[in-house]
Design a protein around this ligand. Sequence first.
Ligand SMILES: [Zn+2]
Length: 49
Amino acid sequence: MKDKKIKCIDCHKDFIFTESEQQFFEEKGYDAPKRCKSCRSKKKEYKRK
Ligand SMILES: [Zn+2]
């Protein structure tokens, strides 16, 4: 596996989906993320409230 470049659907910036992250997501059976880390953490913050 190689690092992947993904465009964030929220801020439209490219971010790197690293090899180790890809392995982690695959283990968990998750789909590839559509958002960069900062947007994902923002979303989590928002959900928590
Ligand atoms: Zn983003």
